[in-house]
Design a protein around this ligand. Structure first.
Ligand code: NAD
Ligand code: UGA
Length: 434
């Protein structure tokens, strides 16, 4: 199959690389010339474990190329994916669909033979029908179908998620499109990956409902964690105790500083707006959005309270700034709220993150950066863990204690054992563990 991938970001690049690894001929297209130039040199512009090696393998095999030229990239393509960004629109929270529609209109101009246009970007209900309408308006004679194929990969585990998904969701309305999709995903069909075939609207809704449900699960355990602290319970025991019930499941029950990332925050907001537009409120999701925003702000208060009510003049070492480990993505990261609030409260900040510095330097303002956790701890009054990178899990607490001036550790991800940290002479505060 000849596949064109429009938008070569976290989703487009991973999908393009994986499709080429399936044996397809893939051109990844992006309007960002610098990104394409780097990819042409074999460099991956994002941090995603395993991606560079797989990409180089498929470039070498002649199955994967990159281009800024949409017309050239789409030549002879049988399937074209739209995987451009759909960020929250400034001001109203609706998904900004301008990139999707721009891509659709650019595709319309290039249709020769029958083409399947597949939307992988996360788009609100009705968007795929509008994509089809716009292509039809631009090229009334064109032979094409539009398919909704939302993506469920997670950053940091993207290749594994793409290669071994829990399911594939496709919204489509023609047998010809179904045949093309079957070919595109053949290796996964052969592995008996469950395929959910629906109409366009249901496929679009599945993506938002899935993300909103996961965001709700996290927010639920976060609020239970706060209550655990007040009543003398341990949220990790509670999460295990409820997670073993197969109707609930153990995943996404890790209490923390609030969810971040490029998707949960914007997708929950967009779902609330879709619901508002259809006069069919999703009250639970609205509350999740509100609770999560409040939680990120509350984390700075928690640190200040642990420090005895003030961090003015205190040196705080922050471990982890990305929204989760194994990515360099800083979008909606809790650190973007917590770090400025601590600085505003008078603290001096030292930051440390295995991959977050490049993005984080511009976003996190005045702070110094340390090369590792021990360097960050040097002369610090307080050590705060925000993102649970593996590099921060197995710390030598004796060494940290010797480096630090103060003795307070605030662990917003519950990665340390309270007894061990306290035995090393620290005062230790975590989430939902009284
Ligand atoms: P991203 O911002 O990393 O990448 C988008 C890319 O599209 C950019 O490189 C941009 O230059 C390019 N682009 C925009 N308009 C273009 C055009 N007209 N022609 C060519 N290129 C264009 O975004 P992302 O994180 O990959 O997300 C893409 C979509 O996938 C979003 O809708 C998102 O919600 C969804 N999604 C993301 C993830 C994730 O983990 N990041 C997972 C599942 C779904
Ligand atoms: C999430 C979904 O998991 C993917 O299925 C989906 O495709 C993607 O959004 C998307 O639509 O873009 P991602 O944002 O990469 O993936 O990362 P997650 O692992 O879901 O984490 C999201 C946030 O929730 C992070 O800030 C993480 O720290 C937080 N989280 C996650 C918790 O606080 N507790 C948990 O138990 C799990």
């Amino acid at each position: 199959m000849r596949i064109a991938m429009i938008g070569t970001g976290y989703v487009g690049l991973v999908s393009g690389v994986c499709f080429s690894d399936f044996g397809h001929q893939v051109v990844c297209i992006d309007r960002d010339g610098e990104k394409i130039a780097r990819l042409d040199r074999g460099e991956v512009p994002i941090y995603e474990p395993g991606l560079e090696a797989l990409m180089r393998k498929n470039i070498a095999a002649g199955r994967l190329t990159f281009s800024t030229d949409l017309a050239a990239g789409m030549k002879d393509a049988e399937a074209v994916f739209i995987s451009v960004g759909t960020p929250a629109r400034r001001g109203d929270g609706h998904a900004d669909l301008s990139y999707v529609y721009a891509a659709a209109e650019a595709i319309a101009a290039q249709i020769d033979d029958y083409l399947v246009v597949i939307t992988k970007s996360t788009v609100p209900v009705g968007t795929n029908r509008e994509v089809a309408r716009r292509i039809r308006a631009a090229r009334p004679e064109a032979d094409f179908d539009v398919v909704s194929n939302p993506e469920f990969l997670r950053e940091g585990a993207a290749i594994e998620d793409f290669m071994r998904p829990d399911r594939i969701v496709v919204g489509l309305e023609s047998d010809r499109a179904r045949a093309v999709i079957a070919e595109v995903y053949r290796p996964l069909f052969l592995r008996e990956t469950p395929i959910i075939q629906t109409g366009l609207e249901s496929a679009e809704m599945i993506k938002y409902a899935a993300n909103a449900f996961l965001a709700t699960k996290i927010t639920f355990i976060n609020e239970i964690a706060d209550l655990c602290e007040k009543v003398g319970a341990d949220v990790q025991s509670v999460a295990r105790g409820i997670g073993l019930d197969r109707r609930i499941g153990p995943k996404f029950l890790h209490a923390g500083p609030g969810y971040g990332g490029s998707c949960f925050p914007k997708d929950t907001l967009a779902l609330v707006e879709t619901a508002r537009a259809h006069d069919s409120p999703v009250r639970i999701v609205s509350t999740v959005v509100e609770a999560n925003e409040a939680r990120k702000r509350a984390m700075a208060g928690k640190i200040i309270a642990a420090a005895g009510g003030s961090v003015a003049g205190k040196r705080i070492a922050v471990l982890g700034v990305t929204f989760k480990p194994n990515t360099d993505d800083m979008r909606e990261a809790p650190s973007l709220v917590i770090v400025p609030a601590l600085r505003e409260a008078g603290a001096e900040i030292v930051l440390c993150d295995p991959q977050g510095r490049k993005e984080g330097e511009a976003l996190l303002g005045e702070a110094s950066w340390a090369g590792g956790p021990y360097e960050a701890a040097e002369s610090a009054d307080i050590l705060v863990l925000i993102t649970e990178w593996n590099e921060f899990r197995a710390l030598d607490f004796g060494r940290i204690r010797a480096a630090m001036k103060g003795d307070l550790i605030v662990d917003l991800r519950n990665v340390y054992l309270p007894a061990e940290v306290r035995a090393a002479g620290f005062s230790y505060v975590s989430i939902g563990r009284s």
